[in-house]
Design a protein around this ligand. Structure first.
Ligand code: NDP
Ligand SMILES: Nc1nc2c(ncn2[C@@H]2O[C@H](COP(=O)(O)O)[C@@H](O)[C@H]2O)c(=O)[nH]1
Ligand code: K
Length: 479
């Protein structure tokens, strides 16, 4: 990456910079590879943040199916993490995970996890897990909230046998011919997944991130305190593909010791460690055994660290410096936090990040863990909160005595409650992935790059004023 003109002497963040188009020989945006090449097996440079409101097993499976990686948060009890990892590994790769309800569930139960939008649907299973029927999510909009789903199944949609669908193109055409936008997929009469037209289309564009056994990949985080070796070993035994060692101040002795401990276990999975923002920290953490550095102090949407402590660093420069240092050492960087538009992802990758970690943006999706709520205007949202917020600290340390809990709560550095609204046009994680990857694929072709290594090499970046940034925004109403 190079700056157009002279490189600025002060630190920059994503909004301060823009990409300059260069002469290109790349003829199509579909000729571009977005594989991070960081040893995680991901084929898409997107990682979901290890936040309770962001990454649950459902979101992790959906993300891995399209090539990214979900990081399950360290706050989940170990047995829940174990179950979540195993659950992700059991999910279909070629089809979507069914949104399933038991025979007792009501329309209100369904609306708490699934908005009545096109392209989505739900299945109803009997008490033994056998498939009873399905319905389009849009049906929920016109039903009484207390109606039982099972009573709405008459005229149930068609279900396909797996072999009738074939490859993504054939599956898409089959659904168009059947005038269906959503359908369950059966194998010998047993439910193995669901499919939508967009899902069929996506399967021709994305490549799932799968392990050596063809199962979806998943990452999990652990903190630096407690029995780090026991936790890391337990997660590896459950089948985790990437381990993330995470704390607010990653450049500390406690982190270096934790990395050394996990490295010595030789678990055969990449070790991600952070958060850091300097070249010096990269050198120390890689020396201790980290393969990937998680970079970002203070850019996160739920994060109050910069205002509380003045500590941090504008994220574009943090990524640029750490990625250069990591590259020299054969390590990689994940740019963590502060991403609000596809352009921010493109800029992090141009600065040299292998992958980009997204938190709050993904919290407002159907696949995120929270329940759907509606505000006074009927707009749907999910709750989100920071992992260092009072809420998170109280949940994490709830088992401690009142004095210890109060002491730790004093040091909160995050927002406890925030509403992340679902984008009505892009309510699902996969809709956001489509938007982000189409933007980033386009960024690469503007730079004349076929893959992320070339993109980083060829990217030309300029700095802009606040007015320059403003000019780039679309106008929803006339001026
Ligand atoms: N990327 C970012 O900007 C930030 C992210 N977070 C996220 O919040 C979550 C919780 O992290 P964390 O608060 O580190 O909790 P952890 O449970 O991981 O504990 C952190 C440990 O580091 C010690 N420590 C020393 N200095 C600091 C410091 N300045 N800030 C925090 N801990 C310090 C703490 O001791 P003691 O409590 O005695 O001081 C504690 O032992 C993580 O997911 C983290 O990524 C949190 C803040 C910033
Ligand atoms: N200082 C804090 N940082 C936090 C907290 N919770 C999460 N985070 C960091 O933010 C990113 C996600 O950023 P986003 O802009 O995409 O939401 C996450 O990975 C953490 O590094 C917090 O409470 N305090
Ligand atoms: K912030």
């Amino acid at each position: 990456m190079q700056f157009i003109g002279t490189a600025p002497s002060h630190d920059l963040t994503y909004s301060d910079v823009f990409l300059v188009p260069s002469r290109s020989t790349v003829r199509s945006r579909l000729d571009v590879s977005l594989a991070p090449g960081d040893g995680t097996g991901a084929t898409l440079p997107l990682v979901s943040a290890n936040m309770n409101s962001v990454t649950g097993p459902r979101l992790a499976a959906a993300l891995a199916r399209r090539g990214g990686l979900g990081v399950l948060p360290q706050d989940m009890p170990l047995q829940d993490l174990d179950a979540a990892i195993r659950w992700v590994k059991e999910q279909p790769v070629a089809f979507d995970t069914p949104v399933a309800f038991g025979p007792e569930a009501s329309v209100a139960d369904a609306l708490a996890v699934l908005p009545p939008v096109d392209g989505h649907g739900l299945v109803v299973l009997d008490a033994h897990g056998a498939f009873l029927g399905c319905m389009a999510a849009t049906r929920l909009a016109h039903a009484q909230p207390d109606a039982q789903l099972v009573d709405l199944l008459h005229g149930s949609l068609t279900a396909f046998e797996e072999e009738d669908l074939g490859d993504g193109r054939h599956a898409f055409d089959t659904m168009v011919a059947a005038e269906l936008d959503y359908a369950p997929v059966l194998r010998h009469g047993h439910l193995i997944g669901t499919i939508s037209r967009t899902g069929a289309l996506r399967s021709t564009i994305y490549e799932p991130a799968v392990d050596a056994h063809g199962r979806l990949r998943v990452a999990a985080a652990i903190g630096i305190n407690g029995d780090v070796a026991a936790k890391a070993s337990a997660l590896a035994a459950a089948g985790v593909d990437v381990l993330v060692l995470d704390t607010a101040h990653g450049h500390q002795e406690g982190m270096l010791a934790a990395i050394r401990t996990v490295k010595a276990l030789r678990l055969g999975v990449p070790i991600v460690a952070g958060n850091v923002v300097t070249e010096h920290a990269v050198r120390n953490l890689v020396e201790a055994g980290a393969d990937i550095l998680k970079v970002g102090v203070g850019p996160g949407a739920m994060c109050t660290t910069r205002m509380m402590t003045a500590v941090g660093r504008p994220q574009f420069s943090a990524v640029l410096e750490t990625a250069a240092a990591a590259r020299e050492l054969g390590a990689h960087v994940w740019a963590d936090g502060g991403v609000r538009y596809p352009r921010d992802v493109a800029l992090a990758l141009a600065a040299g990040a292998a992958s980009v970690m997204v938190g709050s943006w993904f919290a407002g999706t159907i696949e995120a863990p929270g329940r759907l709520e509606a505000d006074a205007d009927g707009r749907l949202f999910k709750q989100s909160w920071g992992m260092a917020s009072t809420k998170a600290v109280q949940e994490r340390f709830g088992r401690l005595d009142a004095f210890e809990l109060a002491r730790r709560t004093l040091f909160a550095e995050g927002i406890s409650s925030s509403r992340i609204y679902l984008n009505p046009l892009r309510p699902s994680l996969e809709d956001l992935l489509d938007m982000i990857t189409s933007g980033v694929r386009s960024s690469l072709t503007y730079a004349g790059a076929r893959d992320l290594a070339e993109f980083h090499e060829r990217a030309v970046v300029g700095t802009q004023s606040a007015a320059g940034y403003e000019e780039g925004k679309a106008l929803p109403v006339s001026w």
